[in-house]
Design a protein around this ligand. Sequence first.
Ligand SMILES: NC(=O)c1ccc[n+]([C@@H]2O[C@H](COP(=O)([O-])OP(=O)(O)OC[C@H]3O[C@@H](n4cnc5c(N)ncnc54)[C@H](OP(=O)(O)O)[C@@H]3O)[C@@H](O)[C@H]2O)c1
Length: 232
Amino acid sequence: MKIAILGGTGDLGKGLALRWAKFHDIIIGSRDENRAKAFAEDYKKVAKKRYGDEMKGSIVGYDNFHAMKASEVIVLSIPHEGLIDFIRSLRPFITSDKIIISPVVPLDKDDKCYKYAPFSINDPQSPSSIIQASAAEVISFELGSKRIVSTFHTMPAKKLCNLNLDLDCDALMASDDVKAVKLVSDLISQIPNLRPIYAGPLEVSRLLEALTPILMNLICHNNIKEPSIKIV
Ligand SMILES: NC(=O)c1ccc[n+]([C@@H]2O[C@H](COP(=O)([O-])OP(=O)(O)OC[C@H]3O[C@@H](n4cnc5c(N)ncnc54)[C@H](OP(=O)(O)O)[C@@H]3O)[C@@H](O)[C@H]2O)c1
């Protein structure tokens, strides 16, 4: 399968690329094509060293638009700050068959703690009222697509990047599209000891994204490194 990781030059994108390259053709996307190619080369060396002849996939780099066009699955691995402008720039080129994965967590920090900072958007049902929406709902709204799966919010990039680490954690998912959930569950299951769990429709993404600031506050107040989540 061809998977584009837009913003794949960041930590989370690196982890996903290294894990999935064993089976899939990964296209690292960046705003700067040369940067994408350089990172892709680097990731490829790490993956080849780890998987050897077992590596069935590949890793290449393109600018975000080419990466997206060439792929069936697109991971939007970018910070929440630039999300809306970024999505709007992609909108004319994203076809409805693409499955979009959003790990995006909108958060804020003051001098006391991390906080969930959902987006404020006009409710499409009632344009006069503003509603709070998760990053994944904003993506769905802006693209006019239901094929969004919101997941990976509680998966620390450092753990994904360490290919010798046994993960032993869960990836909770929210989505309105049953087929997209099945496909993304299969992709998650290919990462050893990462278990996909469906948590509900896309609006549940507000709850899933809000788990990340909880974990960040745990890091600040306890001696816990890279906490993740497992449902027992
Ligand atoms: N890091 C984690 O452990 C972790 C865990 C769970 C979820 N997440 C979420 O996953 C997403 C990616 O995390 P990350 O830590 O990998 O992020 P990051 O390193 O801060 O950014 C990833 C990439 O996004 C691109 N980018 C930055 N600003 C942009 C903008 N305004 N428009 C378009 N692209 C932009 C940059 O790539 P180029 O400069 O090459 O274009 C950058 O390398 C975030 O939304 C984060 O909340 C992260």
